[in-house]
Design a protein around this ligand. Structure first.
Ligand code: PLP
Length: 713
């Protein structure tokens, strides 16, 4: 085992009394602790916002005098001492859920592979739901005391930032991340040399150095191929998330799977469970089989020995969402591997052979499903769809018996909950509410929250959202080059007092962002009803290579630019975790209109629900499980014979519910201007959704249904 070190840099010039802020900046624990965030915000709130919540640049740039002032303020120091007492107790804590309930399992380790991790907006190494789920998974693994180690990539350019041109076209700005300004720890050996892993391709070797991100108690190791010994092309291998060039893509996946296993070995970890978050990491299966073949076993023995420890989570019911490579690429990139497995080319290709209309492929989904004993989809419906979709791999089994289960996704409550909602929960559900937040019984007490108090917090959150979007608009306006119509389109005329609907997600055609705009005249009428106006906020990126996705943005933007909407249709640029937080906490209604059953789960609606926003969604993915008729609204209920009639019936249902139920309910006020019936529904929503769709419930299920069985075998 290599001795390795990760040094927390101590390059900040901080007053002695508060010098542990530097340490806090390098552990993402602060990202889900409102009081820890205030240790930065209360030194200089304006700078904290301007630097987009980056504690490292913040500590570099903040005035020494502001720090000195804070270091002398009793209220600041009280919070400082409290936060560090909590941090130390957290990091040292032994009696975690995992220790108490599954001690034997907790002594081992779990390797968790993902192409992307969404931990915080300052670390843009995620594109959307898959990454945010992985980030939330790590945070909850930390809270529950799991022995998990994450492995992924450090993308030098991150994911792109989005600008919308005046004519509604998405422009992608590539950033160059400055690693010195991010919570990244360089991993070195005792002599200060970078720790590196190397993978072999038939014609060359590619190395990657390792960085560590601390996520509470969990280490996340990130590989970075920008090292001098690599060929110039290979140095760019980890520059971007999801290269459109399939050559980059396969090379990345080899590096993730093979390099990821080597990184675990290099660091002395010996995981008993190997969890692949989507098929991108499936080459880890072959690398671990290779290790066993090297000890003298046959390939068949090796694959049997290793498969019991593999857990594979599939995330997409769309066949095109599963990576498949033409066979010539397998020769080009994996030609060095099959001799080491004692296989010939044909045997190797047969491990994951798939037939597509355009030819034979090597399918990462097939590889992962065949050689993992743990397999799951991400909602009940998606499990069913996955069993049908992959039935051909188990031709002797009936569809219902295909061995793919499901664990419905969840979200990390402390990450997504507004601070003020947390204060309410603490007051009315009890001091230990967060510890037990996945327990449905705890939420029975939700009715104890007085309507007026809940409504006041909801109004506060909506004001925060509206003023934040106006402020962003103002800053863009000051910078210049912004047409007045763009300023209005980005929220200059938002109103903190009207019913607010949010729609934010990746712009892919099956998500039908434009569904609510199908009858534009009807929508314009609703937006500007004199006593019951409505505003709709859109946000989301399309993959830069997804032309239909970009056209969809343009179509939405055309409606957003129309003067008749009164500034009440808005497109928020550059959807990321920061914008997502404001939206899910501030809107009244969270809209989701996927074409069923393409949304495997969805998670943003869960984030909205815990903050008191109501879901208004197609009964797909998670919402099909959550909706009970009293905790939000469904769009459509039948599966139509074709997509056209499906779209039509969904549109009719959407407008009818909006006009006859949602708008009247929101504006039905009592003498104190409180919508009692709306709040009743909101409480049903909080009670039924928050515990069940928490990341805590989800990670416990992974442990008990997938990790422990995988390790025990
Ligand atoms: C939660 C989240 C997502 C995933 O939301 P879906 O409901 O699955 O579309 C995507 N992007 C960001 C920034 C998020 O925070």
């Amino acid at each position: 085992m290599t001795v390795f070190k990760t040094r927390v840099p101590n390059h900040f010039d901080l007053p002695r009394r508060i010098n542990r802020l530097g340490e806090l900046a390098y552990n993402l624990w602060w990202t889900w602790q409102p009081n820890a965030q205030r240790l930065f915000a209360h030194v200089d709130g304006e700078l904290w916002e301007r630097l987009a919540h980056n504690p490292i640049t913040f500590l570099h740039q903040v005035n020494r005098s502001s720090l000195n002032e804070a270091a002398q303020k009793t209220s600041y120091l009280d919070n400082y001492d409290k936060v560090f007492a909590e941090f130390d107790a957290y990091m040292a804590h032994k009696g975690t859920w995992c220790d108490k309930n599954h001690a034997g399992f907790c002594d081992g380790s779990v390797a968790y592979f993902s192409m992307e991790f969404g931990l915080h907006e300052i670390l843009p190494i995620y594109s959307g739901g898959l990454g945010v789920l992985a980030g939330d998974h790590l945070k909850e693994a930390s809270d529950l005391g799991l022995p998990l180690k994450g492995i992924g990539f450090l993308y030098a350019e991150g994911y792109f930032s989005q600008r919308i041109s005046e004519d509604g076209w998405q422009e992608a700005l590539n950033n160059h991340l400055n690693f010195d300004n991010l919570p990244l720890l360089r991993m070195t050996d005792d002599d200060g040399n970078d720790l590196k892993v190397t993978v072999e391709f038939p014609d060359r070797k590619v190395s990657a150095r390792l960085w560590e991100v601390r996520v509470g108690r969990i280490p996340l190791y990130l590989m970075d191929s920008d090292v001098p010994e690599n060929a110039p092309e290979d140095r760019k291998l980890t520059a971007r998330l999801y290269w459109s060039d399939i050559n980059f893509r396969i090379a990345q996946e080899v590096l993730l799977g093979v390099g990821g296993v080597r990184a675990m070995r290099l660091l002395g970890h010996n995981p008993g469970v190997w969890h692949m978050n989507e098929g991108h990491a499936a080459f880890q299966i072959l690398e671990r089989a290779r290790e066993v073949v090297e000890t003298g076993k046959t390939f068949e023995e090796a694959i049997e020995i290793t498969r019991v420890n593999n857990v594979f989570t599939t995330h997409t019911p769309v066949p095109a969402g599963n990576d498949e490579f033409p066979l010539w690429m397998i020769d080009k990139y994996l030609g060095a591997l099959w001799p080491q497995l004692n296989l010939d080319r044909d045997e190797f290709v047969s491990l994951a052979r798939n037939q597509q209309s355009w030819g034979e492929t090597f399918s990462m989904g097939v590889l992962a499903l065949r050689y993992s004993d743990g397999r799951n989809g991400v909602s009940e419906l998606h499990g069913r769809v996955a069993r049908k979709m992959w039935n051909f791999l188990w031709p002797n089994k009936a569809e219902d018996d295909v061995p793919i289960g499901y664990v419905t996704n969840g979200v990390h409550t402390p990450t997504w909950l507004a601070r003020r909602m947390g204060v309410l929960y603490e007051k009315y559900l009890g001091e230990n509410w967060l510890e037990n937040h996945d327990d449905p019984k705890l939420w029975e007490a939700i009715d104890n929250i007085p309507d007026a108090e809940l409504w006041e917090v909801r109004n506060h959150l909506k004001r925060k959202l509206v003023f934040y979007m106006m402020e962003r608009t103002r800053r863009r306006w000051i910078k210049g080059g912004f047409h007045p119509v763009q300023a209005i389109a980005s929220g200059a005329l938002l109103d903190p007092y009207v019913l607010t609907i949010g729609f934010a997600r990746r712009f892919a055609t099956y998500k039908r962002a434009n569904l609510i705009l199908s009858d534009l005249d009807r929508v314009l009428g609703l937006l500007n009803q004199p006593n019951r106006p409505v505003q709709i906020l859109f946000a989301g990126k399309a993959h830069p290579a997804d032309e239909p996705g970009k056209q969809l943005i343009q179509e939405v933007y055309r409606a957003v630019k129309k003067a008749e909407n009164g500034g009440r249709l808005v497109f928020i640029e550059d959807y990321d975790m920061n914008v997502a937080r404001y939206l899910v906490q501030g809107v009244d209604v969270w809209l989701n209109t996927p074409r069923r059953p393409n949304e495997a789960s969805g998670t943003s609606g869960m984030k909205a629900a815990m903050n008191g926003a109501m879901n208004f969604s197609v009964l797909d993915g998670w919402w099909r499980e959550a909706y009970n008729g009293h905790n939000g609204w469904a769009i459509g209920d039948d599966v139509a014979p074709d997509t056209e009639s499906q779209d039509e019936s969904d549109i009719a249902s959407l407008y009818a519910t909006l006009e006859n139920e949602i708008i009247p309910l929101y504006y039905d006020r009592d003498g104190n201007n409180i919508p009692a019936k709306w709040i009743k529904m909101m409480k049903n929503n909080l009670r039924t959704i928050t515990p069940q769709f928490s990341m805590r419930r989800m990670v416990k299920e992974y442990v008990e249904e997938l990790y422990i069985p995988a390790k025990a075998k």
